[in-house]
Design a protein around this ligand. Structure first.
Ligand SMILES: [Zn+2]
Ligand SMILES: [Zn+2]
Length: 293
């Protein structure tokens, strides 16, 4: 029997519903396939549980990775994105050597919007396309990091942002029969426990400042809102955990909840939860270094 592609059912449901989002869905599909290549897990740097409280594990990481697979994946992602005309300058810039795949990969994994925008401007585009594509480009590496680093996440992690990559949660999940509230990261698939009454973004705990917008329909989906920071997180009820690689897709399938929140004047955070520094460097340098010693 043919093996179903990862996320296949969700992707086809989305493709049917959101025809205008096809280049994005093709990109996500490519990223899901890319995650299965061993190069990403082989390049995850060793980390120690962080001594500094509140520091995501990605913070300060140096990723040594073969440039070939990075170049191939960045080219592929840009070519797919290039099916939408807005991304064409990037595919050309890569082909002509004006845009360095490793630099783009590094900025994408760190999720550094200023650097991504600088790279975009350098090739004559100021529409923020690289920010969007960068999210997907980083996914295979970040998911590999999550898989390797899960045992290092402190059980008492109490921050609103992801303990692996530092991004804000994409979703909250009310899980299982005991109704734990978990926060989920769409970039790395991260999964961490949180309190019921706590805004992930500003830490507000006062029930008088926290509320829910309940959507109509059979699914148990709500939008948790905070009156202090006026930000929101979508909350889905799930008996079993959403698979890490599906969190990004679940975000897309619940756009109606975003509309509900935005119409009432709430927003998602603009900046990343905790900025992190990441260095990506060609792994062959290690070999050269050994040869010269
Ligand atoms: Zn994350
Ligand atoms: Zn808040």
């Amino acid at each position: 029997m043919a093996r179903e592609k990862p996320g296949g059912a969700l992707l086809s449901a989305l493709g049917a519903e959101h025809a205008e989002g096809r280049p994005l869905l093709s990109l996500v599909e490519a990223a899901l396939g890319e995650m299965e290549r061993p190069v990403w897990s082989e390049s995850v740097p060793a980390r120690e549980p962080s001594a500094a409280t509140g520091e995501p594990l990605l913070s300060g990481a140096t990723i040594r990775i073969a440039p070939g697979p990075v170049r191939r994946w960045v080219h592929r992602a840009m070519t797919i994105a290039g099916a939408g005309a807005s991304a064409r300058p990037f595919a050309e810039a890569l082909a002509e050597g004006q845009l360095d795949p490793m630099t783009l990969f590094e900025a994408a994994v760190a999720q550094d919007p200023a650097r991504l925008d600088d790279l975009a401007r350098a090739v004559g585009d100021d529409r923020g396309v690289l920010r969007g594509v960068g999210r997907i480009v980083a996914m295979p590496m970040l998911h590999a990091c999550r898989q390797a680093w899960i045992p290092l996440v402190p059980a008492a992690w109490a921050e609103g942002y992801c303990p692996i990559c530092g991004d804000w949660p994409t979703l909250a999940e009310v899980r299982g029969l005991d109704g734990q509230r978990r926060l989920r990261c769409g970039r790395c698939g991260g999964d961490w426990r949180t309190e019921w009454l706590r805004c992930p973004f500003c830490g507000e705990r006062g029930h008088e400042h926290l509320g829910s917008l309940v959507s109509e329909g059979p699914d148990q989906q709500t939008v948790d809102v905070c009156e202090r920071c006026r930000q929101y997180v979508k909350t889905l009820t799930a008996l079993v955990p959403i698979r890490p690689e599906h969190v990004f897709l679940q975000d897309l399938t619940t756009l109606v909840l975003d509309v509900v929140a935005l119409e009432r004047g709430y927003r998602r955070p603009v900046a990343k939860g905790r900025p992190v520094e990441v260095i990506a460097t060609p792994s062959r340098l290690r070999t050269l270094f050994r040869l010269r010693r």
